[in-house]
Design a protein around this ligand. Structure first.
Ligand SMILES: [Zn+2]
Length: 124
């Protein structure tokens, strides 16, 4: 009899643990290449999905980090500053919200690749 109660208690504990685990929202992170616009540092960081930019940079200690992009044509590395959401009825350009090279306006951009083994580089 006692053994059965213990088994039952374990089953209940496991079930409760499972329910609690399911109830906690999962936090997804991904590795992004970010650009600290103040410290001028390009770095890799694990950031939560759907995070609002700018986020706090460990290099400047401030909210100055944006997703980094690099122009495929001229190699310009630039921060992607998300535009403010358009107002209702506002007309936006077809390239609205798309990362664009600040030098030549090219949409042919990519996430910059850091040198092998490096997690950050200082930009000039
Ligand atoms: Zn460019």
């Amino acid at each position: 009899m006692k053994g059965k109660i213990i088994v039952l208690a374990i089953v209940i504990l496991l079930a409760v643990g499972f329910i609690v685990k399911q109830a906690i929202p999962k936090k997804y992170t991904y590795e992004a290449v970010l650009l600290d616009t103040e410290a001028k540092v390009l770095y890799k960081a694990k950031i939560p999905l759907g995070v609002k930019f700018p986020i706090k940079s460990p290099y400047s200690g401030k909210k100055t980090a944006y997703p980094a992009y690099q122009c495929a044509k001229d190699g310009t590395i630039f921060p992607y500053v998300p535009p403010p959401p358009p107002k209702e009825g506002e007309e936006v350009s077809p390239d609205y919200g798309i990362p664009k090279c600040p030098k030549d306006g090219s949409l042919d951009v990519d996430v910059p690749i850091l040198p092998e083994g490096k997690t950050f580089i200082k930009l000039k």
